[in-house]
Design a protein around this ligand. Structure first.
Ligand code: PAF
Length: 288
């Protein structure tokens, strides 16, 4: 089993001891309910460092009032076994009093401007401030050499990179490719809110992204029309799309320039009780 810590000092002492031995430390922050995608983060972490520490903390600050904070699956025992199976060294599971000693509402927050208000930030106001605040706190506690995040949460990864860059946080951020089911559905803890039929239908999001990728690759540049068609196709299949946006990679603003050679398509859509997000990067850089 990975050694379990719930206090800040235990983590600092352990990481300091590792560093004193000249060992590199990788950190994988999670909200638990671990699936193969998380384990892939741990496997990648092991390639970049000698010791891997994972955190499990369901962060109240990143959930909206009507969101699933209370019902978010908490599965510590299964998570510990999963982490053991991939040889993770330590697990940090703080409680709210540790992470927000004076209460969540009284905490100093960290916000990345502009980009955090787009897309998921527009549908979930305050969400990214919650994410950057808790990630900043966790990075300050752990002080790892590298920290790993999944590329499924593309906007989150972009925003965390910006925060680390802007605040000179001494850590290297590594993005890890999205793990998918055979159907193409991106792995996510929230997939368990889908019933069997919805789970099959949910794979359409990836299909749609691949279709638009092929269209962009073959020269189609009617961005807004492509987005509109995608939204209509999702609605026809019973999704309730939040957004479907063909964006510039440099700032995640809507793509407008047909001469660009790199885009990311960002999508969020509700299906049944689940809110699903996915993305696809299209780069013609090597093709031109
Ligand atoms: O992606 C997640 O699971 C969370 O947003 C994170 C990065 C662990 C912060 O709570």
């Amino acid at each position: 089993m990975p050694v379990l810590f719930d206090q800040l000092e235990q983590v600092s002492e352990q990481v300091a001891a590792w560093k004193q031995q000249g060992l590199r430390v990788a950190f994988v922050p999670t909200m638990g309910n671990l699936h193969k995608g998380h384990l892939q983060l741990c496997n990648t972490a092991q390639k970049h460092a000698d010791k891997v520490i994972v955190s499990i903390y369901v962060n109240p600050l990143q959930f909206g009032e009507n969101e699933d904070y209370a019902s978010y699956p908490r599965t510590l025992e299964a998570d510990q076994n999963a982490l053991k199976s991939v040889g993770v060294d330590a697990l940090f599971c703080p409680n709210e009093a540790v992470m927000y000693a004076d209460g969540v509402a009284a905490s100093t927050t960290v916000s990345v401007p502009k980009v955090a208000e787009l897309w998921c930030g527009a549908s979930r106001p305050g969400h990214f401030t919650g994410v950057t605040t808790v990630v900043c706190k966790l990075l300050n506690i752990v002080q790892p050499d590298v920290a790993l995040f999944g590329e499924k949460d593309y906007q989150q990864l972009y925003i965390i990179r910006r925060m680390v860059h802007d605040l000179f946080i001494p850590v290297k951020i590594i993005g890890v490719p999205t793990q998918r089911e055979e159907s193409g559905l991106a792995l996510s803890s929230r997939n368990q809110y889908l019933n069997k039929e919805e789970r099959q239908r949910a794979a359409f999001i990836h299909e749609l992204l691949m279709e638009n990728k092929a269209q962009l690759t073959s020269g189609q540049r009617n961005f807004r029309e492509m987005e509109q068609n995608a939204v209509e196709m999702l609605e026809k299949r019973g999704f309730r799309p939040d957004y479907y946006a063909i964006c510039r990679v440099q700032d995640l603003q809507l793509a407008t320039d047909p001469a660009e050679t790199e885009w990311v398509i960002l999508v969020a859509a509700h299906l049944g009780a689940a809110r699903l997000i996915d993305n696809c990067v299209i780069s013609l850089r090597n093709a031109v």
